[in-house]
Write a protein that binds this ligand. Sequence first.
Ligand code: HMG
Ligand code: MG
Length: 306
Amino acid sequence: MTSLPKQVRLVEVSPRDGLQNEKRPVAIEDRLRLIDDLGAAGLRYIEAGSFVSPQWVPQMAGSDELFARLSRRPGITYAALTPNMRGFEAALAAGIEEVAVFAAASESFSQKNINCSIAESLDRFAPVIEAAGQHGIRVRGYVSCVLGCPYEGEIRPQQVMPVARDLYQAGCYEVSLGDTIGVGTAGTTRRLFETVAREVPRAQLAGHFHDTYGQALANIYASLLEDIAVFDSSVAGLGGCPYASGASGNVASEDVLYLLDGLGVETGIDLDRLIQAGVRICNVLGRDNGSRVARARLASSTPACS
Ligand code: HMG
Ligand code: MG
């Protein structure tokens, strides 16, 4: 059998990618509670908020207050998105130790999401990455629409590769490849990583799968076969992107953990506590739980009707 990574790091994006897509803003108190529940479950990397324009994404307003009030657990990285220097300066003032910049493999998506071309976005990120380096802050990079775009349709791996390479060469220590609209398959995922890995080492790549077509777990397994060992996921499958209509939530963290546990891959995360975190935030949001594993576990712990 092909060998799989022995350990995987899960990047929990629900407080950012999950909540940014909610119709109504979520109270800071509830955002903080979610982040703390995730830390208690053993997540070691939590994307907690976003320093973007509140006109563009009102749900992430108040991320400065959130970071000011966050009670940090030791050993956990709490990160945030910063699309430009304005966002980076706000993140720095909030005492952040890691930030993320986000580009796209599609010109149209780049315009809709951050109001500039791909090349302009990379120019904007350069001073952010430089300033971050001066302050000892690590920068993660995202590339969106790596397997398809809501405006342009098919995206080829050859379009993704230069954007991922430029982010890596600019100083991002890791580049997360995002299937923003969840159209990828195990086959296209493998070809994507094979291609991008010619320019960015596999240990510096991550997978970020939305589950619109129900392929995310298959795509994660395909990525494991490509020796990718970092995946972004969201408790209860919360999420989506305000600039990719119809994109469903991220793959549910509980479901990814169940897959990894079954493969004997270490993560350090406790499934029961993770399920509890998902249940609590779903109750706050008045939403159904998007994790199949959580739903199955909760149903089996409910006494059968007589
Ligand atoms: P813009 O309008 O071109 O920016 O937006 P601007 O520089 O012209 O500034 C316009 C106004 O916004 C000014 O305010 C700025 O001060 C303010 P005014 O003078 O008019 O009062 N502004 C800011 N305010 C707060 N924080 C900032 C900031 N920057 C400017 N950082 C901008 C450009 C990038 C700011 C905007 O397009 C934006 O905020 N976009 C965010 C989009 C976003 O958050 N999308 C979701 C996250 S990405 C995602 O979900 C994909 C991912 O999950 C991977 C995947 O699934 O593919 C990562
Ligand atoms: Mg996303």
